[in-house]
Design a protein around this ligand. Structure first.
Ligand code: FAD
Length: 245
């Protein structure tokens, strides 16, 4: 068996959606359910798809990337999980969003479909939990997968639904250590990669992702074609997204 990777493009459409619910999922994670007729024809076919959220400012719009955590075609409801941090336009919005508020979204513009991996390793921080949770839900039954996730507090650990054969490792570090890769690297060093062709997916703060990627490619000799490594945010920058090719 070998890994088959396919990039699929979608037509971009801007949609105006209404907040239906905004609930606390964990102390630092809020779950927002959005609905609206504009969700007709919405598609999200890969667990790490992302959409753009549009926030109005005095000078136009600020855009932020978020993962469609779930989409229910029948009820036309889109779920987004927001990791809260000190401040930012998206974080401030979700702290205050009420049922009936509206928000504009765009995308997903594309989806990366990965099939045929014999095992998976997923590494991320709290911003990657929505994509990791969705991947775990969608992996075929019995697939060997290790997920290594960094959060700031034991209360941030979530339970995941999966039919895969999951080994879950949480690492806890304080907010001030979010850009320190050491704990994730330590957990990764203690993770055996099974026989066969596997896929590794990484999404953390960009500096952390860079260190993990280096380790995977050099120390573990993991093939770059079977690795997707992204900086889901960059310390000190607003709305940043770094892709490592
Ligand atoms: C493809 C993709 C998918 C993503 N999916 C999700 C998702 O589903 N859920 C989710 O919560 N996030 C997700 N993110 C991350 C999210 O886009 C960023 O955290 C974003 O910067 C938050 O916007 P903001 O307006 O709150 O803060 P910004 O205005 O962008 O940033 C303000 C300040 O906060 C810092 N900052 C940003 N994020 C964090 C953080 N998590 N912890 C500490 N400091 C931070 C910035 O460095 C900056 O100094 C995703 C990112 C990408 C690229």
């Amino acid at each position: 068996m070998s890994i088959f990777i396919n990039r699929i493009r979608h037509d971009i459409k801007k949609r105006t959606l209404t907040v239906r619910e905004n609930q606390m999922l964990t102390p630092n994670m809020r779950r927002v359910v959005l609905s609206g007729g504009d969700l007709a024809n919405f598609v999200s076919i890969s667990p790490d798809d992302h959409i753009k959220l549009f926030f109005k400012t005095e000078n136009g719009f600020e855009l932020r990337d978020y993962t469609p955590r779930a989409f229910n075609k029948e009820t036309q409801e889109l779920v987004i999980d927001f990791a809260l941090h000190e401040n930012g336009i998206a974080t401030d919005w979700v702290r205050n969003a009420k049922s009936g508020d509206t928000i504009e979204i765009g995308g997903p513009r594309g989806s990366l479909i990965i099939e045929g991996a014999e095992w998976w390793v997923l590494i991320g921080d709290e911003t990657a939990i929505p994509a990791i949770a969705r991947r775990l839900e969608e992996l075929p039954k019995g697939t060997n997968v290790t997920a290594i996730i960094a959060v700031t507090n034991p209360d941030e650990r979530q339970e995941f639904k999966t039919n895969a054969n999951l080994k879950l490792k949480w690492t806890i570090r304080p907010e001030s250590e979010k850009t320190n890769p050491d704990e994730l690297l330590f957990a990764l060093e203690n993770t055996n990669f099974p026989e066969g062709e596997g896929y590794v997916w990484v999404a953390c703060e960009a500096h952390v992702t860079r260190k993990i990627r280096e380790y995977l490619l050099t120390t573990r000799n993991h093939p770059p074609k079977n690795l997707k490594a992204s900086g889901y945010w960059v310390k000190g920058q607003m709305g940043a997204h770094e892709k490592f090719e």
